[in-house]
Each structure stands twice: as C-alpha cells, then as structure tokens.
Design a binder for this molecule. Structure first.
Ligand code: NAP
Length: 271
C-alpha cells in the first residue's frame, strides 16, 4: 500500500482525497490518499516524516505552499511562482507548482486558447501568481487588477520578462473589461459563505467575453451567473482543481490520470 496526502490547515474540506482515491481505484492501484492537518511550524517534520515513511507524494494547501519552498527542492517554475502545491518523493524531495497548468488546461478544455489574447486577471494572491506566470509563458497579454494595486504591480514585475504583463487597481474595470477577451477571477470573492458577492456585474460583460471563475465553492458563483446573463461563455473552477490534481498524479505515478472520473468525484462532492 502506498500513501499520499494533502497537508493544510484547515484541510477537512479538501476535495483532493475524493478525487485521487477515485483515480487510484479506477486504475486498480494499491494506494490511498488522506488529508492531514499540519501547521506551518510542523511542516518540515511532516514532509520529512512522509518521505521517511515512504509516501508516494504530497499536495500542500493554505497556509503551507510558500513555506515549503524552504524545505523541498523547488522546480524553477515553483521558485518563480513562490509556492509549492505538489511534493514528489521519487528523486529526493522536489516541489512543483501545478496550479497554473491546471488553469491553462481548464481554459483549453473549454476550447479557449490564450496565445495573443488580452486576459484580465482579477487578484494577485497565491493562485493568481501561478496563473499569471503560466498565462505570460503561453503568450497571453495580461493585465492583473487587484484591490491592493501594489501587489498587482509587484506580481507583474516578478513575471517580467516571461511576457507582456502589467498590474493595476480595480478602479477602471469597465475599460479593462472592454479591452479584454478573457476575464479570470482569482480572488476569493464569491466564495462560500459570501456567495452573492461579485467584483463584476453583467452590465460590464458581453457575448464574446470568456469568463473563468477559479472559485469552485459554490460551483455556480455570482460572477458566472452575471456572465451568463450577459451571454458570455463561462468556465467554472472545478476543472482547474481537477487538472492541477491530474498533473500531480502524473508526477507521482507516471500514469495517465482518469480525468473524467476525477471530475465526477469532485462534482459529486460539491453538489
Ligand atoms: P489569497 O492568496 O488569499 O488571495 C486572495 C485574493 O483575493 C487577493 O488578490 C485579495 O486582494 C483578493 N481579495 C480578497 N478579498 C477581497 C475583497 N473583499 N475585494 C477585492 N479583492 C479581494 O487566495 P488564493 O490562494 O489566491 O485563492 C483565491 C481563490 O481561488 C480562493 O477562493 C480559492 O479557493 C480559489 N482557488 C481555486 C483553485 C482551483 O483549483 N479552482 C486553486 C487555488 C485557489 P488583496 O491582495 O487586496 O488582499
């Protein structure tokens, strides 16, 4: 039996155990995935302990993703992003970040390609960092708009030479959206329990806009409801979660993950 897990605090709400256990079962693998509550102060012991116990791999969630950089050997991408969400034990302790690729695959799965497109990214937190680096590397023209403009400007500077990118505040949303092909919400706005909140309302959106909300709890966020009112194409947060997990699964096991079953397991838990 090989063990895998997600470390975080809080972590009991995590959908990762359901998603990965469905994948292991479907592939007939003798593996189990569990959630472990770990504080930042105990992270070093927890990762080294899991390695010593022969775990297959770990995911990390809030508030541990940044702290892990000091503990494992991060890939160049994880180092740039400044956060690790996947630890691989196949060759020492390597820290990956699969959040950005998860977001990109969610867009591609919805038939949306970002190369040469104007993307408005709302938020400059942990998830936004991963998405911004990946969007820029894929050739999108990115504007990061954040409540705290300094964070958006600083993130744009960090991404820097990786692409065309700038940061600003939320004041000129009307014009920013008018000049965008794709709008991505990577803020926590709209997340349960404040489910009626949204930064953007339908009057600012239009039919040829793609609106991707990475918030998945609830699935049908206020932003997505507003986008549908405007006739815009919408993508919810589930596929980003599934694809970041699928990338981790591939890194740990070398096997092709059963993405459809993983999505089914997540949607069953959310509905
Ligand atoms: P985070 O690092 O805490 O960042 C939060 C972001 O939201 C910051 O940009 C913050 O702006 C902004 N924000 C918070 N409250 C706001 C308000 N009242 N008005 C305007 N902006 C506000 O969080 P995170 O880890 O990036 O996660 C963000 C969301 O993405 C969460 O809902 C999380 O569940 C979701 N997520 C989804 C996936 C997925 O796979 N689908 C993956 C990761 C995260 P300031 O900088 O001004 O504080």
């Amino acid at each position: 039996m090989k063990l895998f897990g997600v470390l975080g605090d809080p972590v009991s709400h995590s959908l990762s155990p359901a998603m990965h256990n469905a994948a292991f079962k479907a592939l007939g693998m003798d593996c189990e995935y569990h959630a472990f509550r770990v504080s930042p102060d105990s992270l070093r012991d927890a990762i080294h302990g899991a390695f010593a116990l022969g775990f297959g791999g770990l995911n990390l969630t809030i508030p541990l993703k940044e702290k892990a950089l000091e503990i494992v050997k991060p890939t160049e991408l994880a180092k740039h992003i400044g956060a690790v969400n996947t630890v691989d034990f196949n060759n020492g302790m390597t820290g990956h970040n699969t959040d950005g690729i998860g977001a990109m695959k969610a867009l591609e799965g919805g038939g949306v390609h970002v190369k040469g497109k104007n993307v408005l990214l709302l938020g400059a937190g942990g998830a936004a960092r991963a998405i911004a680096f990946t969007l820029a590397a894929e050739g999108a023209i990115v504007t990061i708009a954040n409540r705290t403009p300094e964070r958006a400007i600083s993130l744009a500077k960090d991404v820097g030479s990786a692409g065309k990118i700038r940061g600003c505040g939320l004041e000129d949303l009307k014009d920013l959206i008018k000049n965008s092909d794709i709008l991505i919400n990577s803020t926590a706005i709209g997340m349960s329990p404040k489910v009626t909140e949204t930064i953007v309302t339908s009057d600012l959106m239009r039919r040829d806009l793609v609106v991707f909300d990475i918030v998945y709890n609830p699935l049908n966020t206020q932003l997505l409801q507003e986008a549908r009112k405007a006739g815009a194409k919408t993508i919810d947060g589930v596929m980003m979660l599934v694809y970041q997990g699928a990338e981790a699964f591939k890194i740990w096991t070398g096997k092709t993950p059963p993405v459809v079953l993983m999505e089914k397991a997540v949607r069953a838990r959310l509905s």
